[in-house]
Design a protein around this ligand. Sequence first.
Ligand code: SAH
Ligand code: SF4
Ligand code: F3S
Length: 477
Amino acid sequence: MQVANIEEELAYIEKVKQINENKKLKYYILTMGCQLNENDSEKIAGMLEKMNYVRTKEMKEADLVVFNTCCVRENAEEKLFGKVGEVKKQKEEKGTILAIGGCMMQEEHIIKKLKQSYPYVDIIFGTHTLHKLPCDLYKALKENKKIRNILDIEGQIIEGLPITRDDKTRASVTIMNGCNNFCSYCIVPYVRGRERSRNPKDILEEIKDLAKQGYKEITLLGQNVNSYLRVEKEKQIAFEEYEGVNSFATLLRAVNKIEGIERIRFVSPHPKDFTDDVIEAIKDCEKVCKLIHLPLQAGSTKVLKEMNRKYTKEQYLSLVEKMKNRIPNVVFTTDIIVGFPNETEEDFEDTLDVVRKVKFEQVFMFIYSRRVGTPGDRMENQIPEEIKHKRFDRLKELVESQIEENNQKYIGTTQKVMVEGISKNNPNMLTGRTDSNKVVVFEGDKSLIGTMQELEIISEHKWYLKGSGVWSQISSK
Ligand code: SAH
Ligand code: SF4
Ligand code: F3S
């Protein structure tokens, strides 16, 4: 696979650093999208900090403002333009540099609107041009230029960007970029380009390094994470096998062996790529969480076909059954869209039926949003907003009615909990998450933060579980 040579671009980091010397400049970054978007922001932060910028949480204080955008649903657009408007005054007052990047910047109509109505934006960069930010910034600072650096390249992998991570125990590692699935509602394949996987060696070295730094939980990221290396194999694109890694399943097994890493998660997989080797790897690898995100999108086979999801209702349900049989204590979360064009009452009932049957731990629910350029947007029989909202409310009601029942199964069990910090609602308690991502609140000493603890679950409180550790039993004796 083609790994881009970015030395020339990175040399600009030094140049900007010199310009900024002794200036005590601050940057502010707003991340508007998914975990991949967040991981990109960590790389943006990494580059900026190497260029002498210090992070601020207050946009008003910043000398450099970065918006990392998302366009998966419509509401993001209004939010972005509102924010861009807010920066205008700040620019006039103190010359703040404004840079906008991310998925929305790959959309032509957005660029047009920015050029027309917001010409004061200094830098626009796309999803393939993150590494060019230092060079863009240099030109904006030195030559006072407006930079529009959006490329439509395919197939390149960028390695070696500096990174400043948001967390000290949990880290995300992007293993593949882009998507080839073209679900008919979705904009992602158009803004993130074609699927391309990173080399196994680069991924494993990154994770080993994270383990050395004390990270305990790794989330492997990709728009279609379990099709890792699939395209490379199909198209016979050369990649270097490393420590036996030549597929998603073998990658899970290799990461599972890395000392110091205690928990492995991955998002977002596609049901069609849950091959048997992946299921076996999840079962065998003790560090891989037995919480599987399995995006359903819709329960009706007819709607699934129109969405181009490549599975039927029955195939989805039998995949769930198969995993339940093979992987002890496996549980699921999902994504669901309501109100896709042509969705009838009967189709929607199919969605509710799958939710009743699978009893997901968590359902991320979305109202269908028309995206310019996607087949879904061109379909007839768009569903009126009112019906979409009513269906959304009915789905929400069903999901909420299942929470208590779902939580009951934890009571009396012992769960491994990664201790995250002090509970926001009660400063005397600690909070953490189970393997299945449930929040557990419990009494304990602050020194436990950042460690993995075994807790007995004593009660459920809808949005969280209450736990008790050996230390609290000792202290109450
Ligand atoms: N690649 C991932 C995630 C894609 S975006 C996957 O395939 O699951 C995250 C979620 O946003 C999707 O799973 C889908 O439920 C939702 N989504 C995507 N496009 C949408 C649209 N046009 N309207 C509403 N929800 C959408
Ligand atoms: Fe979008 Fe479908 Fe690709 Fe997910 S798999 S990013 S929903 S096109
Ligand atoms: Fe949004 Fe781009 Fe992620 S569109 S969901 S930020 S890949």
